[in-house]
Write a protein that binds this ligand. Structure first.
Ligand SMILES: Cc1ncc(COP(=O)(O)O)c(C=O)c1O
Length: 405
């Protein structure tokens, strides 16, 4: 590389990534093939529009690439072309979610989503996000005792508030989700115009790799729309995909047509074709038998980490995990260690986590009461349960140093 300044930074970051234990649940280590595709000459090409309907010439191979990526997305999640339309153009998870709302929810309409403190994402209608400014969030949380979803309470809330769209999907909820119940909740909503039911959008960003690997419930039987980032457990480049159910309509318009239009020309210009090449590679990898083993190991590793930390006296939010992540209460349980300090202490010792709000949060998102840990990245590096137990003990020693408990 001629640019020595950037080369040096890449080398430094490579060394950092090799050295640390990475427990950030939204990160992963992609394959060389993904990186090669991501950095390929497809990045040179403008391809505004969709396959066979472009606003630029020279798109023979980008068309082939985008169609291949769409087909691989359906294959990775076991979907039929007859039932599911795929858009692989969202530049990332936030624009993917935003475009679904732009397509399906009128300005000022209601989006029912989980609060940030309980585990929702900013784009699920939080006030600081455009999704909370253009639309009104109907916030929901978890049961304060179990710290799990309370489907009965959700149904009552939905029937009372009549949201246009319900988001089932989370950034810090460690448990399995019953998507069938979410479907029933969405169907129980009676909208004023007489149209029965709210749209159900599942944001499976965190668990997409687990869904592909059959280590987590699939939302596809029940959702109208499924959005996902591709860079978490799916182990692809930074990007996103929107799946929309064919035949589902808003008024007389197919929702997949509305969503495509919301992405382009509504929100974005040209698709990032290098990214789409990288996504296509990761989807082929996710459909391979070895990926099932990986996905199952992620959950097992996460559970081993949670169990050992619990044994060592740390309160695990909701008592455990069935996914790629877990939350540790470092403050409210009496340990007296704010999340920000816990994150900093661990980083000093080479363990990378992120501070996180927990249900019933009493502090601020900038210095919350807990930390979020995940097993996706370290499982890619080949770690197993016994390694996670060792990591849990290391975390315990580091955090205990100078704390109350
Ligand atoms: C559930 C969920 N949705 C959406 C996003 C947004 O993705 P991005 O950071 O790619 O915009 C995230 C990112 O953390 C997420 O966890």
């Amino acid at each position: 590389m001629k640019d020595k300044e950037i080369q040096k930074l890449i080398e430094k970051e490579t060394a950092r990534q090799k050295k640390v234990i990475n427990l950030i649940p939204s990160e992963n280590y992609v394959s060389k093939d993904v990186l090669t595709a991501l950095g390929s000459i497809f990045d040179n090409k403008y391809a505004e529009g969709y396959p066979k309907k472009r606003y630029y010439g020279g798109n023979t191979f980008t068309d082939e690439l985008e169609i291949l990526c769409q087909n691989r997305a359906r294959k990775a999640f076991g979907l039929s072309d007859k039932l599911w339309h795929v858009n692989v153009q969202p530049h990332s998870g936030s624009p993917a979610n935003l475009s679904v709302y732009l397509a399906l929810v009128p300005p000022g309409g209601k989006i029912m989503g989980m609060t940030l403190t309980a585990g929702g994402h900013l784009t699920h209608g939080q006030k600081v996000s455009i999704t909370g400014k253009m639309w009104n969030q109907v916030p929901y949380g978890v049961d304060p005792k179990t710290e799990k979803l309370d489907y009965l309470a959700l149904k009552k809330l939905a029937r009372k508030e009549k949201p246009n769209l319900i988001v089932a999907g989370f950034t810090a909820y460690p448990r399995a989700v019953d998507f069938k119940k979410f479907r029933e909740i969405a169907d129980s909503v009676r909208l004023p115009a007489g149209r029965q039911g709210a749209f159900l959008m599942v944001d499976m960003s965190h668990v997409a790799g687990l869904v592909a690997g059959k280590a987590y419930n699939s939302p596809f039987l029940y959702a109208d729309v499924v959005t996902t980032t591709t860079h978490k457990t799916l182990r692809g480049p930074r990007s996103a995909i929107i799946f929309s159910r064919k035949g589902k309509k808003l008024g007389d318009k197919e929702i997949c047509v509305l969503i495509d239009k919301a992405i382009f020309p509504g929100l974005q210009g040209g698709p990032h074709m290098g990214q789409i090449a990288g996504v296509a590679v990761c989807l082929k990898e996710a459909a391979a038998p070895a990926f099932k083993k990986y996905a199952k190991q992620v959950v097992k590793n996460c559970q081993a980490l949670a169990k050992e930390l619990g044994k060592l006296g740390w309160r695990i939010v909701s008592g455990g995990t069935e996914s790629n992540l877990l939350l540790v209460d470092t403050w409210m349980s009496g340990k007296g260690l704010p999340g920000k300090e816990a994150e900093a202490k661990l980083e000093k010792a080479g363990i990378i986590v992120n501070k996180n709000t927990i249900p019933g949060e009493t502090r601020s998102p900038f210095d919350p009461s807990g930390i979020r840990l995940g097993a996706g990245a370290e499982t890619t590096r080949g770690r197993k349960e016994k390694d996670m137990i060792k990591i849990a003990r290391k975390i315990d020693t580091i955090l205990r140093n100078g704390t109350k408990g």
